[in-house]
Design a protein around this ligand. Structure first.
Ligand SMILES: NC(=O)c1ccc[n+]([C@@H]2O[C@H](COP(=O)([O-])OP(=O)(O)OC[C@H]3O[C@@H](n4cnc5c(N)ncnc54)[C@H](OP(=O)(O)O)[C@@H]3O)[C@@H](O)[C@H]2O)c1
Length: 334
């Protein structure tokens, strides 16, 4: 694929996307956001990455989500983004919400992992350099750290926002009780927690067990990652594991062993529900996370522009009839 020439964004890019308020904040996020975890690394095609970002933005996706260690290799998704940002998006900076994170392993030694102030501040400085940005819009602590005092991690997020490196602070994968403590702490420091980023999909509903309630109570937004369960909730694996798919790649976080007969049988039945709604499996999976009140945005991944288009088209049919929800629950309960 080769896209040449200067990028001019589609003039109608804001006409069909739905934008939702992120908790009790001033920030609106698109109902579908794009993450750069896979397919934007140094090993992947730059032109395909460019095509996906352009298509996403043309469809009204104003939010791109990154982390320090997205790649492979670590850091390379931010470098890819930085290159494409400089070439295509720099004049559009104020139309974009760009996020990054730190919390998982990034560099060797005791300062490149978990939740110390040392790690978080240094990591964000590195991320900004790789992306060629002065600031990110949202900076997350990527996962809870059982050893570092919460006060230190939260204090670092507050410092990061006050120092101008990020406009908003977020947390990812924090369980309900810890979320409440983190949110209260951030509020007391004067830097409200904008958003939580948990995984949520038809195949993993843990957030329904307390987290969504805490976020709604506290006025914190919720952007749910892997709504397609990394591709399992699409038609991708209904007839085996295709070459080039995420499960077939050695450098991905979806292994062949996760594509079980049981999962495929469940997805086949869900696919029938989707077809009866006039949607693809992927579209119903996106619509289903968005119909849950408290979810601000579905954070999808893609390996080609057409997948972004398919996910955005889910917004044409977000409502679920009671009997559809019952059938879905019954399939998942079996
Ligand atoms: N906070 C955290 O801890 C955390 C963890 C994980 C992810 N995230 C964020 O969430 C983002 C999304 O995660 P994800 O990529 O796992 O999301 P996902 O939307 O569940 O899965 C995306 C993958 O599904 C496949 N797919 C998408 N649309 C398809 C379609 N229409 N038909 C068939 N296959 C389709 C593609 O894989 P193929 O390669 O097979 O085409 C695509 O790369 C990440 O980029 C990252 O920003 C955050």
């Amino acid at each position: 694929m080769n896209i040449s020439g200067q990028y001019s964004p589609a003039p109608d890019r804001y006409d069909s996307m739905t934008y939702k308020r992120c908790g009790r904040s001033g920030l609106m996020l698109p109902a579908v956001s794009l993450g750069l975890w896979h397919n934007f690394g140094g090993v992947d095609s730059l032109e395909n990455a460019r095509a996906m970002l352009r298509r996403a933005f043309d469809l009204g996706i104003t939010h791109f989500d990154l982390a320090n260690n997205y790649g492979p290799p670590y850091g390379s998704a931010e470098k890819t983004f930085g290159r494409l940002f400089a070439q295509d998006f720099a004049p559009l900076r104020d139309e974009l919400i760009i996020s990054s994170k730190a919390g998982w392993d990034m560099w060797p030694g005791p300062y490149g992992d978990w939740g110390s102030r040392k790690y978080l501040v240094a990591s964000l400085d590195q991320s900004l350099e790789r992306m060629g940005l002065d600031y990110v819009d949202i900076f997350y602590h990527h996962r809870p750290d059982p050893e570092t005092p919460l006060e230190e991690t939260i204090g670092a997020l507050d410092f990061i926002v006050r120092s101008g490196r990020a406009l908003y602070a977020g947390i990812s994968m924090y369980p309900p009780d810890l979320t409440r403590r983190a949110v209260e702490m951030l509020r007391s420091l004067g830097t409200p927690c904008l958003i939580h980023q948990p995984n949520y999909s038809l195949l993993d509903r843990w957030v329904e067990d307390g987290l969504l309630e805490v976020l709604t109570d506290e006025g914190v937004g919720c952007i749910v990652f892997s709504p397609l369960a990394q591709g399992l909730l699409t038609d991708r694996y209904l007839d085996g594991i295709p070459e080039g798919s995420r499960a077939a790649r050695d450098d991905s976080y979806l292994s062949r062993s996760q594509v079980t007969d049981g999962v495929v049988a469940t997805v086949r039945r869900l696919n029938d529900v989707a077809a009866a709604r006039g949607q693809t499996m992927a579209q119903m999976a996106v619509a289903w996370v968005l119909h849950q009140s408290g979810v601000t945005s579905a954070l999808i991944g893609a390996s080609r522009p057409g997948q972004v288009e398919e996910a955005v088209a889910a917004l044409d049919h977000l409502e679920f009839a009671a009997d559809e929800l019952e059938t879905i629950d019954a399939v998942l309960g079996d």
